[in-house]
Design a protein around this ligand. Structure first.
Ligand SMILES: [Zn+2]
Length: 317
């Protein structure tokens, strides 16, 4: 197979497009996702951006080995189709990705869940390099994750193994999640839930947070650092939720290393030591200590992950 590939990361707000060669990102571009309006309306812009990126990088389509797509939702990575997604790109369920790539570029394709793609990127080219048992969790709009167990990416019968740490139950008297479960990690501490958690709190009216134009973790961590009681409570509670999630992941998958990524990790110095110390105290690991580390490929792990899958998939050769 030609070693250069096109990699796409279809995020909720941004679409990242890259040319990857043997685990190195050689050119990249980012366009707006407009994911709420679906995928099909965005394809012409994606196609145009790929053409423009190839020409800027001086790469011919004939020199490419395939296209790799990372996207949110439950992805059948054997049939290369999206099975289920939550709100974003809803029209992509059942979309004929292999047909699109063949018709447009005459290239083979791989498609994989975004958190699983990011984990594969970190496992092969980042913080998880050299380990056979790796778990990743991403803290952001939602809480994502994936696992490599005994050197194999965990997918499961219905392609959902390992990718639902955001829907582990951490409080069965807690909030109803948009997935239907109660007290999910995401429903208790994630960027989509945070504004609601803040607004419902009795301290909200007296907190400077109620005057903030945007309630996100950046703002809440910043106000907590300035001594705001509500923000501090939200930070402490969120870190406890994520720590419990990491303990659940360790008990489920027996990893040597847990990689933590996602946008909320911009406050890594506050989050990582707290999760490590919770895990040291509460995880049942008589063999020793699980390493808790930040993601290394902070922006492009998923692009590297799908490029690795293309290099491995016999169908694409
Ligand atoms: Zn849930």
């Amino acid at each position: 197979m030609n070693s250069k590939v096109i990699a796409l990361d279809l995020g909720g707000t941004r679409i990242k497009i890259g040319i990857v060669d043997g685990g190195t990102l050689v050119a990249e571009s980012v366009i707006e996702a407009r994911s709420g309006s679906g995928l099909v309306q965005r394809l012409p812009a994606i196609e145009a951006e790929i053409s423009s990126l190839l020409s800027r990088a001086g790469v011919n389509v004939e020199a490419l080995g395939g296209i790799g797509i990372s996207m949110p939702g439950i992805v059948d990575s054997a049939e290369m189709r999206l099975l289920s997604v939550n709100e974003k790109y809803s029209d992509a369920v059942g979309f004929d990705f292999p047909g699109w790539a063949r018709k447009k570029w005459n290239l083979p394709i791989v498609i994989e869940n975004d958190a699983r793609s990011a984990l594969i990127g970190e496992w092969q080219y980042g913080a998880g390099k050299g380990y056979d048992n790796v778990v990743m969790v991403t803290l952001g709009t939602g809480i994502g994750g994936a696992a490599v167990v005994e050197g194999k990416v965990l997918r499961g019968k219905h392609f959902q193994a390992g990718i639902l740490p955001g829907h582990f139950t951490v409080d069965f008297h807690g909030a109803t999640c948009n997935c239907g479960n109660i007290g999910c990690v995401e429903a208790e501490a994630s960027s989509w839930r945070l504004p609601d958690l803040a607004a419902r709190h009795p301290l909200f009216e007296s907190s400077p947070l109620s005057k903030s134009s945007r309630i996100d973790y950046g703002e809440v961590f910043s106000l907590a650092g300035k001594g705001d009681r509500l923000s501090k409570e939200l930070v402490d509670r969120s870190i406890e939720v994520w720590s419990a999630c990491v303990v659940n992941l360790i008990h489920a998958y027996d990893p040597e290393i847990v990689i933590i990524g996602g946008g909320i990790m911009r406050n890594e110095s506050r989050i990582l030591p707290a999760i490590s110390s919770y895990v040291d105290k509460h995880a049942w690991t008589p063999w020793g200590k699980v390493k808790i580390v930040p993601a290394e490929q902070k922006d492009f792990a998923a692009l590297l992950g799908v490029s690795y899958l293309l290099s491995q998939n016999p169908l694409t050769r």
